[in-house]
Design a protein around this ligand. Structure first.
Ligand code: NAD
Ligand code: ZN
Ligand code: ZN
Length: 368
């Protein structure tokens, strides 16, 4: 079939919306009609050429939500009509990592996915017979996508897909960092650095876990207002003085749990230094620039602080994304403030411009 898709032809150039060929789903694969898709930093990172593992041409997009149109042979867990959120971090439920509660890093299709292929090593996307590689196993800047069944979370059909799509990446990453990685204890004190989609999700996750004090740190007063809406009890202006302010707010000790959601290695260091001696846990969510390293004075660790990293918030997507969506439907997570702009697929490059201007939390593409 022919599909409209936003193609990255060349690093550093705007995406080009054009017609591509999409072949039907093979064994274990599913054809999804996209209804909505968020525009995320990772798409821009790849489009810019900064990502050393990036490739072109490809169809970007990974924060998708849509409806199952058709399933390939052997697909057991989804059927036509199901509403799904796409998972760049799949869950096969069989590999050694999927069977272990300590990680969500499914190994099943990792290598092929990283190279832009579906699990059998081929692509369903093409143009004039020339294969076009998939991106993050998703390629959701398109009217339709063919994806492995293990990379789809089936959600409640009552959930509006233009908000459910945010659970495909940043929101679940923040929620999961607090709930799965840090396992924030009730009554505790948390500090979240960064109030973008990930940091705001972490604030919401800390609140859901019953944290008593949640300090949010950001450079933007508008984003700190959004953090209050998600449950932050204190806000602090980002910068060199932020650690001292958190120490002052916590009797000189620091927070039980800190979270970094900026991608800045200096802020990662602040997250470690703002964690409480004895047991403070700093969870790093941000993706640092190529070659950058985290500089920590070891004494912070000797005196009981710990550092953890979190990919997609430790979320096992097929199991936990539907639970998060249920919390949203139950009124426990306020997703509406995150949808700042609505775009058509033809406007996808405007989504990148808005992101670079730090205008809003997320632009969401509506596929009419
Ligand atoms: N671990 C994962 O699986 C995963 C998933 C999605 C995104 N990410 C990464 O998480 C990070 C955050 O993503 P996002 O979508 O929320 O980005 P974002 O750009 O929307 O938010 C980052 C926020 O950090 C703030 N900030 C910048 N410098 C600061 C400072 N010195 N002190 C305090 N705040 C500061 C900015 O004002 C901004 O509000 C990025 O690095 C992104 O690549 C990781
Ligand atoms: Zn993303
Ligand atoms: Zn697995």
């Amino acid at each position: 079939m022919k599909v409209r898709a936003a193609v990255l032809e060349q690093f550093g150039s705007p995406l080009e919306v054009q017609d591509l060929d999409l072949a039907g789903p093979r064994a274990g694969e599913v054809l999804v009609r996209l209804v909505a898709c968020g525009v995320c930093h990772t798409d821009l990172y790849t489009a810019s050429g900064a990502d050393p593992s990036g490739y072109a041409p490809t169809v970007l997009g990974h924060e998708g939500a849509g409806v199952v149109e058709r399933v390939g042979a052997g697909v057991r867990d989804v059927e036509p009509g199901d509403h799904v959120v796409t998972l760049f971090s799949p869950q096969c439920r069989e590999c050694v990592h999927c069977r272990d509660h300590r990680t969500n890093l499914c190994l099943a299709i990792r290598e092929q996915q990283n190279q832009g292929y579906l699990p059998d090593g081929t692509t369903r996307l093409s143009r004039d017979g020339e294969p076009i590689r998939h991106f993050m196993g998703t390629s959701t800047f398109a009217e339709y996508a063919v994806m492995p069944e293990i990379a789809l979370a089936t959600i409640d059909r009552d959930a509006p897909l233009d908000r459910a799509c945010l659970f495909a990446c940043g929101l679940s990453t923040g929620l999961g960092a607090a709930i799965n990685t840090a396992k924030v204890a009730p009554g505790s004190t948390c500090a979240v650095f960064g109030a973008g989609m990930v940091g705001l999700g972490a604030v919401a996750g800390c609140r859901l876990q019953g944290a008593e004090h949640i300090v949010c740190v950001d450079l933007s007063p508008g984003r700190l207002d959004l953090a209050r809406g998600q449950g932050a009890t204190h806000t602090v202006a980002g910068g060199p003085g932020a650690v001292q302010e958190i120490l002052d707010l916590t009797g000189g000790f620091g927070a039980d749990y800190t979270f970094e959601a900026t991608g800045n290695v200096d802020v990662m260091r602040q997250a470690v230094e703002a964690a409480r001696m004895g047991w403070g846990l700093a969870t790093v969510c941000g993706v640092a620039g190529k070659g950058e390293t985290l500089d920590v004075v070891p004494r912070y660790l000797i005196t009981g602080r710990r550092v953890a990293g979190s990919s997609f918030g430790g979320v096992k997507g097929r199991d936990q994304v539907p639970q998060f969506v249920d919390l949203y439907l139950a009124g426990e997570i306020d997703v509406d403030p995150f949808v700042s702009h609505r775009l058509t697929l033809d406007d996808v490059n405007r989504g990148f411009d808005l992101m670079e201007a730090k205008d809003g939390i997320r632009s969401v593409i509506d596929f009419a």
